[in-house]
Design a protein around this ligand. Structure first.
Ligand code: PBG
Length: 327
């Protein structure tokens, strides 16, 4: 046989050789843990569609945040579930609102060890479940929503959040919030723009996690899953508006978008491995149909390979411990 140029298997012959040529790394510091805190809970409450994930009480949240810091994850993304909702989502910018109280508690606990991040969106706080406030015709009012987001941004900054996750998909949200924060002296609070956030079926389990009130869908503000160019355009616009980091979400069904966004902007790009991605692997593993640990690590590696500098994942703490143990 003579094909000297094509003996590609030479690079794969031993574990050390493979390690030396592995192109993509996965490290604890690149993982961000999303966490849910629910007002009025005394004990953590399991989320049926996300085995292993809970709605936290304030106390269990604090303990879990400390555990995540111990595992070496890079950050936490906090979501709040209020006891009472209204049309304007007034719990979102109330300094005593659950998310703002939780942020203060978590920053006090682990704020020096990792990046404490907060979801900036109205959907958990509105009684109609939309990400913004509604106009009289029932549509989501973009510009009125920006005013609510600005109030929410200031409340989160005052609570000590290091980084605001703008997940609402309103036009102009990055520029508007940057200006609002700067005017109040919060120049150092970072903005993560959920730039390419798709109207996805893979958010299903999350809706249970936050007790979503949504009727209908989010297709007038989240992206159509058929659109790659438009996702890239969103990311470019968000960079121009002053985003510090852009996000692609969900991750695994949108790896092509992730790669293109990585090539189109020169700021960090993150991806969100969402609840449905988590639930699918957990369900398959629970049935014995897939090797759980291998599938989790491969899924995270693939998201990194596609171009994500960091990944939001419900497996952040567990994966961080596996990675630190050198698996
Ligand atoms: C909305 C929001 C959603 C998720 C994070 N932020 C749901 C939605 O847009 O309907 C989904 C996260 C997940 O599925 O893990 N603020």
């Amino acid at each position: 046989m003579s094909f000297p140029e094509t003996r590609l298997r030479r690079l794969r012959q031993s574990a050390p050789m493979r390690a030396l040529v592995r192109e993509t790394s996965l490290e604890a510091r690149q993982l961000v843990l999303p966490m849910f805190v629910r007002e009025g809970l005394g004990e953590p409450a399991p989320i049926g569609s996300m085995p292993g994930v809970v709605q936290h009480s304030l106390d269990s949240l604090r303990a879990a945040a400390a555990d995540a810091a111990d595992a070496g994850v890079g950050g936490l993304m906090l979501f709040g579930v209020p006891a009472v909702r209204d049309a304007d989502g007034s719990g979102a910018d109330d300094p005593r609102g659950i998310l703002n109280l939780a942020t203060e508690a978590v920053v006090a606990e682990v704020g020096d060890a990792l990046v404490v991040q907060t979801d900036l969106c109205l959907d958990e706080f509105t009684d109609h479940g939309h990400c913004g406030v509604l106009a009289s015709d029932g549509s989501v009012d973009n510009d009125a929503t920006l005013e609510r987001y600005a109030a929410m941004a200031l409340a989160q900054a005052r609570a000590g959040s290091h980084l605001l996750g703008l997940s609402g998909m309103m036009d102009g949200q990055v520029a508007h919030l940057r200006a609002a924060l700067d005017a109040e002296g919060f120049q150092d609070v970072l903005l993560l723009a959920y730039a390419a956030k798709y109207a996805s079926a893979f958010y299903g389990p999350f809706r249970e996690a936050v007790d979503s009130q949504l009727q209908g869908d989010r297709r007038t503000y989240q992206l159509d899953p058929g659109n790659r160019r438009e996702g890239v355009r969103e990311a470019v616009v968000d960079q121009q508006e002053g985003a510090d980091i852009v996000m692609v979400k969900p991750a695994m069904a949108f790896l092509d978008v992730l790669r293109e966004v990585r090539d189109a902007v020169d700021i960090p790009v993150w991806a969100y491995q969402v609840s449905g991605e988590y639930a699918m692997i957990e369900a398959a593993a629970a049935n014995g149909w897939i090797d759980r640990r291998a599938a989790v690590l491969e899924s995270l590696l693939s998201i990194r390979r596609a171009g994500a500098d960091a990944v939001l994942t419900y497996w952040a703490v567990e994966a961080a411990r596996w990675l630190r143990a050198g698996s």
